[in-house]
Design a protein around this ligand. Structure first.
Ligand SMILES: *Cc1c(COP(=O)(O)O)cnc(C)c1O
Length: 359
């Protein structure tokens, strides 16, 4: 069996070491005589797993004690509703920075529950850059400002954190969490669907400052209140037990390599390889302005649709899969998350060079 290099934007590659350990523990996890999938979420065996997942995540991300870590379901998309319902109940006003489709979906969901302001947007240039934003643009009395920290579809990333002063900043980090060091204390809340960079689909991680809890709108369904999950250790109902178990092992994998700082250095090396090639190629070019480029998602194009299609097909035949760009933008996109080894990027660049020479 040979594994492909999977450049999918998500669900995406997982570290081989994690998959192998899951395989080893499939029938009998830690002497329990059961698969994690078969365990009661109320058992002491499972409690140890979720506790370890949280503790390791807290350790590698350096999460301050006054933040809760929640393991939820419904994907990052459910957060688009939970955020305004839970955090927007003081003045029922919130600001959104529109940097792509996910940001726009968050904003549109916000509009259902409060007065949502789009304070800046990069829609004018197909989200190929990030708009300048700072505290002077915030709506007075806004309960929070929402940003998409890494824009998965367009390949942009806030390489410098905007200065929002004392505002409550809520960040969608679905496609960049664990890829770089982040000062959690600068955010009111961080959230991420796990299937990009943390584990399999099915669990969404929320990191929320404690003082933001306890003020949900009356209409908020019980399951959509952060309080419900916070007060019950993410065990109000059955959590996505197996997905959390994988997240735990992914966090341990990062910890064992030396932490997020080391992970980030590897990610910089991988991204540089690809961007350097794109900047020097006569056939391929990146679509994002250099200062806002993402380390995780690298969109690129040739100047012909036909050549794009040929490239994607030939790449696939060589074991480089899921290089097709998002259906809304076309072209190509290489998602090179934490679990993509540098060998995968080197091999891709070598293939692109060869393709360029032959075409
Ligand atoms: C994938 C993604 C989402 C949607 O995640 P789901 O878990 O599928 O709901 C939201 N935001 C960003 C930045 C994403 O990359």
């Amino acid at each position: 069996m040979s594994r492909v290099y999977n450049f999918s934007a998500g669900p995406s590659m997982l570290p081989v070491e994690v998959l192998e350990r899951a395989q080893k523990e499939m029938l009998d996890c830690a002497g329990s005589g059961q698969s994690v999938m078969e365990m009661s979420h109320r058992s002491k065996e499972y409690q140890a797993i979720i506790d370890e997942a949280e503790a390791t995540l807290r350790e590698i991300m350096n999460i301050p004690d006054n933040y809760k870590v929640l393991f939820l379901q419904g994907g990052a998309s459910t957060q688009f509703a939970m955020i305004p319902l839970n955090l927007g109940n003081k003045n029922k006003v919130a600001d959104y920075v529109i940097t792509g489709q996910w940001a726009k979906k968050a904003y549109q969901e916000g509009q259902r529950y409060l007065e949502a302001h789009a304070i800046a947007s990069s829609a004018d240039k197909t989200f190929s850059y990030l708009p300048e934003v700072d505290k002077s643009m915030l709506t007075p009395g806004a309960d929070f400002v929402h940003i998409t920290y890494n824009n998965t579809i367009y390949g942009t990333h806030f390489n410098t954190m905007p200065d929002f002063g004392d505002a409550v900043v809520v960040a969608d980090m679905s496609s960049s969490i664990l890829s770089e060091e982040v000062d959690v204390s600068k955010f009111g809340m961080i959230y991420a669907g796990a299937q990009k960079n943390m584990g399999p689909a099915g669990v969404t991680v929320v990191i929320i400052r404690e003082d933001l809890l306890g003020n949900a709108m009356d209409i908020t369904p019980t399951m959509l209140k952060y309080d419900t999950h916070s007060e019950n250790g993410s065990m109000y109902n059955t959590p996505p037990t197996y997905a959390i178990y994988i997240v735990k092992m992914v966090c341990e994998w990062i910890k064992n390599m030396g932490g997020i700082k080391v992970m980030h250095e590897k990610n910089v090396k991988k991204a540089e390889l690809l961007y350097n090639f794109l900047d020097n190629s006569k056939m391929f070019k990146g679509t994002v302005v250099p200062e806002d480029r993402s380390l995780m998602n690298v969109p690129f194009v040739t100047d012909s649709e036909e050549l794009n299609a040929k490239f994607i097909a030939e790449a696939k035949a060589k074991g480089f899969v899921n290089l097709k760009g998002h259906r809304s933008v076309g072209g190509m996109r290489a998602s090179i998350y934490n679990a993509m080894p540098i060998e995968g990027v080197e091999a891709l660049v070598a293939f692109m060079k060869e393709f360029e020479a032959n075409n």
